[in-house]
Design a protein around this ligand. Structure first.
Ligand code: PBG
Length: 348
């Protein structure tokens, strides 16, 4: 027999002699579930939430329908509900009144500041839920940048890191389970780790926004916090969206400096980066399904142009398939509802 005859070539076979029929395994829902490679679960989800000063208020964010800025009392109610739904973690972002903002974001490390008070209250009310606090100056600065700005408009790295460290300590003292530097200053993960350890917070984890790109997808989030930069852009600290190798460099540095989890942000336009980071490290990888990604789906769904639930599940599953172990997403509550056992079969 010639070696040619040994080759199985479906393209020249008659249909009746086909050996490989991948469709066999797609014939029924049961089979499809059995061979499904990626399963999205509520354990994968982290819910970003916005807290503001005041009482008894919940204000919808125009560019993020279904997302709200909550006052602390209503936030606690919502968190109790999220816990019931099985959501394990929230990421907290504060809306800081203009009057409390300054050039250096000093309100960020006020022990009685909004974030610190909120963390304490959550840990008292729903201690099981993991609270992740953001480390960056933008909600606290008059100019809206993540760092301190000099007279020429340059963002100063090392003086900013000094403030970020104070912020981390204040958050840890309030009971934060995990701090998440989202500012992209060089060396901040190492500085924060060192300071946390020195203060005795050895178990406070660091979720590093390692590969955070200068992205137009953050627009609605900046509306939510009123934190859009008053001048310039964030391109001297956040990454150029054209770069992939640089993401690995950033991830490598954050790991060396002590990150517990590394993150890629945004997620959808950066699935290739999520995969490369996953292949590079054994640490858990997080992805941030950002505000603009959320807004696009909501807007199309409101117009009746897409099937919202299916698009949400398909999108988040793509992130997990790309390598994300954790997904920060404004869809977390909706997805947790969809994934409740009683709803499960109708949606997947
Ligand atoms: C700021 C921060 C941003 C987001 C999270 N933390 C915006 C920015 O960098 O300007 C974006 C989140 C989103 O768009 O959902 N440090």
């Amino acid at each position: 027999m010639s070696s040619e005859n040994l080759t199985i070539d479906n393209t020249t076979s008659t249909p009746t002699s086909l050996i490989y029929r991948p469709r066999r395994l797609r014939r029924s829902a049961t089979l499809r579930r059995m061979v499904r490679e990626t399963i999205l679960t509520v354990d994968d989800l982290i819910y970003p939430m916005f807290v503001m000063e005041g009482e008894g208020q919940k204000v919808e964010i125009t560019s993020m329908p279904g997302c709200y800025r909550y006052t602390l009392d209503l936030l606690l109610k919502e968190i109790a509900e999220l816990h019931q739904l099985g959501i394990g973690a929230i990421a907290l972002f504060p809306v800081i009144p203009e009057a409390k903002k300054d050039d250096t974001g000093s309100e960020s490390y006020n022990p009685d500041g909004l974030v610190q008070r909120t963390v304490k209250a959550i840990k008292e009310a729903v201690p099981e839920i993991l609270v992740i606090t953001d480390i960056a100056l933008d909600p606290f600065t008059t100019h809206g940048h993540d760092g301190i700005v000099d007279e020429n408009g340059m963002i100063l790295n090392d003086p900013t890191v000094e403030i970020l460290v104070k912020m981390a300590i204040a958050q840890a003292a309030a009971g934060s389970d995990m701090v998440a530097p989202s500012d992209m200053m060089d060396g901040r993960v190492g500085a924060i780790r060192k300071a946390l350890d020195a203060e005795g917070y050895v178990d406070v984890r660091i979720l590093a926004y390692s590969a955070k790109y200068a992205s137009a997808y953050y627009g609605p989030f900046r509306d939510a916090l009123d934190s859009a930069p008053r001048f310039g852009d964030k391109k001297t600290y956040q990454m150029d969206s054209a770069n992939a190798r640089e993401a690995i460099k950033e991830v490598a540095l954050d790991i060396e400096e002590g990150a517990d989890i590394v993150m890629v942000k945004p997620a959808l336009a950066y699935l290739d980066i999520i995969r490369q980071v996953k292949d590079y490290t054994h640490l858990p990888v997080a992805a941030y399904n950002v505000s603009g990604e959320y807004a696009m789906i909501k807007a199309a769904a409101q117009n009746g142009w897409i099937d919202e639930k299916r698009v949400i599940l398909e999108t988040l599953t793509s992130m997990k398939r790309a390598g994300a172990d954790l997904i920060l997403t404004y869809f977390a509550k909706e997805v947790a509802l969809m994934l409740q056992p009683k709803n499960l079969f109708s949606n997947i």
